[in-house]
Design a protein. Structure first.
Length: 98
């Protein structure tokens, strides 16, 4: 069920643009594709999806090791200003690369 929900959630707007946008109304105003070419609308929407997805994945991949080390140091009561914080974060990033 979650696979179906994820698929519909991610791609519903693309299906809307491809099949329904040209034939629908919003507040009694007809919805039209730019220059009556829905393919350019689809391309821009897909580009936005990909750019946002890659940016979020890279942000999580870069910040997650630092956040995990910070959390471990807070729980253990260590100082955050030591060099061990950066060494531990770099070691976590090395583990993620392997």
């Amino acid at each position: 069920m979650t696979v179906v929900f994820t698929f519909v959630n991610c791609y519903a707007s693309l299906f809307y643009i491809a099949f329904f946008k040209e034939h629908s109304e919003l507040f009694k105003m007809p919805m039209r594709c730019a220059n009556h070419d829905c393919l350019s609308d689809l391309a821009s929407q897909l580009a936005v999806f990909l750019i946002v997805r890659f940016a979020m994945q890279n942000l999580v991949e870069l910040t997650l090791p630092y956040l995990l080390v910070w959390y471990r140091n807070v729980v253990d009561g260590h100082s955050l200003h030591s060099h061990s914080f950066l060494k531990a974060a770099a070691a976590d990033m090395d583990e993620m690369l392997i």
